[in-house]
Write a protein that binds this ligand. Structure first.
Ligand code: SF4
Length: 243
């Protein structure tokens, strides 16, 4: 079969849940299009894209439509971000990354790190990655609702940071942002501080704290007050962003 032809491993097999044609926030500092892939193994209470969780749901648009759009945006967009859902669970993603890079775009990924074994071979293809680290490892089930999931996320974190270190002095460094959604009912100041220390010790340089927003979620407003961010060890990070 020719490269890229429709197969389980080609971009044409991707189940695409949506396309954001222009974003200045999905990859900070770059103008991008964002492709949302269907399916996620987790069921986070605060998920803003619950319609993308069902891994059996069909796609809503073919890759040919996305590819045609991108071909017309060469020189106008900096990159293409694959988000979800959990995009690494689709076997057509490596081919899609190769195709967007072939058009000259930077290749970006948003992931929760649920599948470190699938993430690892993607890393050399990526120019940027936004990795959600949702909680301390032992608290993951509370957030994701899916059994022990923290070990996979931590393994993914280590893979991403190793790749970032490996490419730090090259012409193609890996842009890494680790992200944590701060839900008042799911993390308290002590756990947030412990998570900060864990991330700093692992080597995270840019940590973005995302305030929980109820709009678009199934869980509704939080019961508790947002935890204070005052005691966080800001000096241990190159950037600590609150958004
Ligand atoms: S990992 Fe992301 S897409 Fe999956 S359920 Fe959680 S917030 Fe939603």
């Amino acid at each position: 079969m020719r490269r890229g032809a429709t197969s389980r491993h080609g971009a044409d097999a991707l189940r695409i849940g949506g396309l954001s044609r222009f974003s200045s926030v999905d990859w900070p500092g770059r103008l991008v299009a964002t492709v949302f892939l269907q399916g996620c193994p987790w069921d986070c209470r605060y998920c803003h894209n619950p319609e993308l969780i069902d891994p059996r749901a069909p796609g809503r648009m073919p890759w040919s439509e996305v590819g045609g759009f991108l071909a017309g945006r060469v020189g106008m967009l900096d990159g293409v971000v694959f988000s979800g859902g959990e995009p690494t669970m689709q076997r057509g993603l490596p081919d899609a990354l190769d195709r967007v890079r072939g058009l000259g775009f930077g290749a970006g990924l948003h992931t929760g790190g649920a599948y470190p074994g699938l993430l690892e071979p993607l890393l050399p293809r990526l120019d940027g990655i936004g990795l959600d680290i949702k909680a301390l490892p032992d608290d993951y089930e509370t957030v994701t609702g899916r059994g022990p999931s923290g070990a996979a996320a931590l393994r993914s974190l280590d893979l991403v940071l190793d790749e970032q270190r490996r490419r730090a002095s090259t012409a193609r460094p890996l842009d890494v942002e680790v992200r944590t959604t701060v839900h008042p009912d799911l993390i308290d100041p002590g756990r947030l501080r412990a998570l900060a220390d864990l991330l700093a010790e692992r080597g995270v340089r840019r940590w973005a704290l995302q305030r929980f927003r109820a709009a678009g979620t199934r869980c509704g407003p939080a019961r508790g007050a947002p935890p204070s961010l005052e005691g966080l060890p800001r000096a241990r990070f190159s950037e600590l962003i609150v958004r």
